[in-house]
Design a protein around this ligand. Structure first.
Ligand SMILES: [Fe+2]
Length: 399
């Protein structure tokens, strides 16, 4: 699907409005999907000479300027061509079993095995090759990367894909390819809670990885930040407990949210909207909340629901000021205090009503009677649940 753009009239011969990233994408000859979000398990792929495998681009309207996503598909018992690139790349395993070999700057190579719901990063400009070690199952991986940032900045494909420069400081201990790492934590400003960080290159299973309480995003929420391959890209995994949901918040574009386990839906809206955008999710669904659009995640199943978010700006290297404010706690602080979060008591009554109705349909039970008078919410006449979505009065400049 082509990107929709305004036609631009230019003087003859003027080299303007160039997008080297999209030029490279089109040259790959694989499907380019563009939507609000995607079912990455179902997207059509095509032969991709770059990897000697199959793939497609899973572009989203809210991906922003720095990051993008593609799906890499490797047939049973096949392997990719070795590649390297001067951009960061996180691979989330959607399906299948395999291994990845990474050639390190010191000449050694390191191979690690992965299965569904593993996450790994390729250290910057290390050559790597991905193997499907199953003789029967296709392997599908989601790659969130900052190639748009790198290629649009340098606009030289050889610099990105055939560059001999080495970055040994990105590797860390070899044990980081075995799933080991280092834990640290930092306190955020404004009482926004403590963030736990795990430094590694490889997380074997996001469904069982240890998470830490982060109640400021909603009671029972748990979270960990990953600092992968000492990168500028960020990722975190969060868990929504049974019978509950996260608080709404908003931030910069480009956070690629992947459902990992459980089922539910997300609501998204801008200030002044009268309707929510609703996006159901389960494993395979990936989407990016657009810039400054409020979004809120709801667990409607009978197990904790986890998701993986990948974006620009890590805990160590925030890179953009909006990300720095998120790391400092802006995303977990009420809009009434200058932050970006809507507290439960300030949210539109339609939100909890919809949650209760969704639970009725799924058979799960709400555990949020400690926050809401749920009987009163169900008694509100439907005609009173219309109009512009109520968002609290913002105090001071929103950050
Ligand atoms: Fe978010």
């Amino acid at each position: 699907m082509a990107e929709s753009k305004q036609a631009v009239t230019t003087s003859e011969g003027a080299r303007v409005f160039l997008d080297p990233y999209m030029d490279w994408v089109k040259k790959q000859g694989v499907p380019v999907h563009l939507d609000f979000g995607h079912d990455l398990l179902a997207l059509e792929t095509g032969d991709w000479a770059h990897y000697e495998a199959r793939g497609c681009f899973a572009h989203t309207h809210g991906r922003g300027d720095f990051c993008a996503n593609y799906v890499l598909e490797i047939s049973p018992a096949k392997k990719t061509k070795p590649v390297k690139h001067v951009h960061e790349a996180f691979f989330f395993v959607l399906a299948g079993f395999g291994s990845t070999t990474v050639w390190l700057p010191n000449g050694e190579k390191n191979t690690f095995e992965w299965g569904p719901k593993a996450l790994f990063a390729i250290p910057l400009n290390c050559e790597y090759q991905i193997f499907n070690t199953s003789g029967r199952e296709t392997a599908r991986l989601s790659c969130t990367n900052d190639l748009p940032l790198a290629l649009n900045h340098y606009h030289n494909e050889d610099f990105i894909f055939a560059n001999p420069f080495k970055f040994p400081e990105r590797i860390g201990e070899p044990s980081r390819f075995k799933g080991e790492g280092e834990h640290s934590a930092f306190d955020r400003l404004k009482g926004a809670g403590q963030i736990n960080v795990w430094d590694t290159n490889f997380v074997p299973d996001l469904t069982s990885f240890k998470l830490y309480d982060l109640n400021t995003r909603g009671k029972g929420s748990r979270n960990v930040f990953f600092q992968l391959a000492d990168g500028t890209m960020h990722s975190h995994t969060s868990e929504i407990p049974v019978g509950r949901y996260k608080k709404a918040h908003r931030h910069a574009a480009g956070t690629h949210v992947h459902a990992v386990s459980g089922q539910g839906y997300s609501l998204l809206w801008y200030d002044g909207d009268s309707e929510f955008v609703e996006l159901p999710w389960r494993h395979g669904i990936m989407y990016t909340p657009p810039f400054w659009m409020f979004h809120q995640h709801f667990n409607t199943c009978d197990e904790p629901a986890r998701y993986l978010a990948c974006s620009i700006g890590s805990a160590r290297y925030p890179f953009i000021s909006l990300r720095r404010v998120s790391n400092e706690g802006g995303g977990s602080t009420s809009v009434k205090q200058g932050g970006r979060q809507i507290e439960y008591e300030d949210q539109d009554p339609r939100i909890h009503r919809k949650f209760l109705e969704a639970l009725k349909a799924s058979g799960a039970s709400s555990l949020m009677g400690d926050v809401f008078d749920e009987e009163a919410i169900m008694r509100i006449p439907a005609e009173d649940l219309t109009g512009v979505i109520q968002t609290p009065q913002l105090k001071g400049p929103a950050v």
